[in-house]
Design a protein around this ligand. Structure first.
Ligand code: FE2
Length: 361
């Protein structure tokens, strides 16, 4: 069987690469999308200085696990100010929300309809420059945006090739201010991307190479990045791992651990990376028993090695640590995102998911 690989995003990687944002700005009116973290001010100022000829509007109303309302708010600013280009500076939430803002500004309508009503993005959106400040989501190189409805307790990914950012500027120095907990949480998201790309039905030679390299970088560097926050070599390797993991899922997509993570986050507030890591060893065991390919990978990075790493970096590994009880398991199983679960190389039924969740209670 043949395969294809598409990644239209230009990638600029390296310490200090934030100083090269201006090279990619060819429009006058710019929307800057960011979150409310105090760490954003300094890099934001540095970029503004580079764009002294541009008219810059700032939209900073993006929450963790961004909502469709957050996206609509950004689109309003684009329309009001006539913005022609979007720059996103932040973690996966900010970049995901900005992707949709840039797209909906051209395609029109409400974010809710694209996220939960099957409305399709047809046209290319405004150009987007994505600048990650964490190392894990890989959102700067994926065609996905995960959007939530906090009242209705919905969280689902939109996948569309029009969502690829035009440029990704990955400057590992921006991740140096992350506290250990965020480093751990985002780092295991990258691990989930690498492993899920490997056990995806859409896996192919390029995504396999990217994913294996990403997994190795994470096992070699995540603990160091958590325990020695100033260690820039470890930070740089984690930024690279996140990028490679993102490139892998951009074409291979994610699978079971992500599908199960969404209801854990929306109903119980579990941070995305930790929500993925909770079931990652179980999903690996399940897949390895039924797939020769996954079994081979398990020799390298088996579930025990993973559990050990999670403990060392201080992650919670049981549902009860989040106040989740046995009675809550059916709600989680019902909330699993079917379109994400579907990519899992091995078929996984609802009973299988319930068994897995009970094991990690
Ligand atoms: Fe993820």
């Amino acid at each position: 069987m043949g395969w294809e690989f598409q990644l239209p995003t230009k990638i600029i990687f390296g310490r200090g690469s934030l100083s090269r944002v201006w090279e990619n700005v060819d429009r006058k009116k710019v929307l800057f999308v960011t979150g409310k973290s105090r760490f954003r001010e300094e890099p934001l100022g540095r970029i503004k200085k580079q764009l002294s000829n541009a008219q810059v509007s700032v939209y900073d109303n993006v929450e963790p696990n961004p909502t469709h309302q957050n996206v609509d708010g950004g689109v309003e600013v684009i329309e009001k100010e006539g913005c022609e280009l979007v720059i996103a500076l932040g973690g996966g939430s900010v970049i995901d929300a900005a992707k949709l803002m840039a797209s909906i500004a051209v395609n029109k309508g409400k974010a809710y309809d694209y996220a939960f009503q099957k409305k399709r993005i047809e046209k290319k959106g405004l150009p987007l420059i994505a600048i990650p400040t964490t190392a894990g989501t890989g959102s700067e190189v994926t065609p996905f945006a995960v959007i939530s409805d906090k009242e209705k307790k919905l969280k689902a990914p939109i996948r569309n090739r029009q969502l690829f950012p035009k440029v990704a500027v990955v400057d590992p120095e921006l991740t140096a201010s992350m506290p250990a907990e965020l480093t751990a949480n985002t780092g295991v998201d990258a691990l989930a991307h690498a492993l899920e790309a490997l056990w995806s039905k859409k896996a192919q030679p390029i995504t396999d190479y990217l994913a294996l390299r990403a997994a190795k970088l994470i096992f070699d560097n995540l603990k160091k990045a958590c325990q020695e926050p100033e260690n820039m070599d470890a930070r740089e390797e984690m930024s690279l791992a996140s990028l490679l993991g993102g490139m892998a899922i951009s074409n291979a997509w994610t699978c079971a651990a992500h599908a199960i993570s969404y209801p854990l986050t929306i109903n119980f507030g579990v941070a995305h990376g930790n929500a993925c890591s909770l079931t990652l060893p179980e999903v690996m065991e399940f897949n390895a028993l039924r797939s020769e390919k996954i079994n081979r990978i398990t020799q390298l990075y088996g579930p025990e090695k993973m559990r050990e790493l999670f403990k060392e970096i201080g992650l919670k590994t049981r549902l009860s640590e989040f106040g989740i009880k046995k009675d809550d398991i059916p709600l989680i199983a019902d909330g699993v995102v079917a379109s994400t679960l579907e990519t899992n190389l091995v078929e996984m039924k609802k009973e299988d998911i319930i068994t897995m969740l009970e094991k990690i209670l």
